[in-house]
Design a protein around this ligand. Sequence first.
Ligand code: AMP
Length: 478
Amino acid sequence: MCGIAGIFNVSDSETLVAELLFSIQHRGQESCGLAARNERGNIFCYKGMGLVKNVLTEEILKKYSGNIAIGHVRYPTAGKSDETNSQPHVIELPEGPHLAICSNGDIINYYELRTWLENDYGFTFKSDNDGELIGRLIAFYLLHKKLSIEDSIIEAQKQLKGAFSSILIYRDKMFGFRDPHGYRPYVIGTLDDEADLNGEIPSEGIVLASESCAFGIVGARMIREMRPGEIIRLEKGKPMTTVAVNAGKTQHCVFELIYFSRPDTKVFGEKVYDVRKKIGAQLADYDKNMGFGDDTVVMAVPDSSNFVALGYAQSAKLSFDMGLLRNHYVGRTFTKPDQKQRDEGVRHKFNPLPDFFEGKKVVLVDDSIVRGTTLRKITRMLRNAGAKEIHIRIGSPKVIGSCYYGIDTPTRNELIAAVKSHDEICEYLGADSLKHIEIADFGKILHKFEDFCFACFNLEYQYKPEDYHQKVNRPDAK
Ligand code: AMP
């Protein structure tokens, strides 16, 4: 998973992009970077491993200033976690380094397209990253087919399979484009207070970002979401223009609403916090006959399930409390390479309040179970702290398949729900009971249920199995 941001034609755009990236830092903490183009036509790119505040410092931002800028935060799903795989990528064209790109999402036919460009057209790749492939594919149409930049993006968009929410700088223009299914989020805003959001919107001051929660930090207003398959062009002195819309069946990632996006984001026509509270209410509905009462406390595994637990407690009229503290200085435990490190990470991350759990029935709410590491550890912690009963409620259906569109999910045999029965999972976690929300009940929660991808929960993937085979077998696959 990753986050993207871009700003068109305002002074200090690089500083604004760094701020946007900071507010979508939750989308990727491994590395970050930005590319800025100045009025003289030079593109500068700076990237590094680590968090936005540590990499894109004031000193760096002074050196890399420009009026058009794009940026990226990375959470690796394919390709190694190193600086070469960080984004943006600058693609050097014969007339100068005039193309910079960043993208969020995984390309399923990455390897096929890369090999074709390398073997048949002598392209050289500097990284294993999907964003670079998209940039080089566009460069192929520009250089070898002599197409305009607009047509080059259209052709590349047709050839790419998978998920991409992308921003491109080409000469003095900026383009935003998205895969035909709209897998990953993508929003458009403006810094222009005067812009009439229903009429023509000037390109100057347009802000592109993965999530609308980024707009507040730079004082931007939301215009709308990028449409699935849409390509927009931003050009000095001209309005923002839709160049083309090459839409397929909409397949928004429901896991963005369940876990990934920030609760203050509006995306896929939904308010994230609202969806999470409704998930909680639905879980509470399953428990009407559980006899939970005054001795029961509803608790979240902080922070991703806070709103689900709150929704549960409000709907069930039970007390909501915060019995678990989370140490925010512990990095991602989920991506650690072996089980011992993941177990340790959970122990470092969470701690129960003293004398809180003695004799209590706990409804413990989490957003998802993947390998089962987090909840197994927490359940033990709460038992040791005196909890009488622990009832685990999960704000997602059972994760039974890997994601090929940009969420980091382990292979199928590591997914606990793919290899164990319901009762076995409950026993493994050490819980008194376990319930997940059912896929069908999202029909009551989402405005357009049919527009969402549930592939990691129902294995109904958009592309054919052989397409995934390629992705899984790409040499850099984890
Ligand atoms: P696990 O401990 O393996 O069962 O993973 C579930 C926990 O990891 C939940 O608490 C989630 O908040 C979190 N999680 C789920 N999916 C992801 C993901 N793709 N990347 C990082 N964390 C995740």
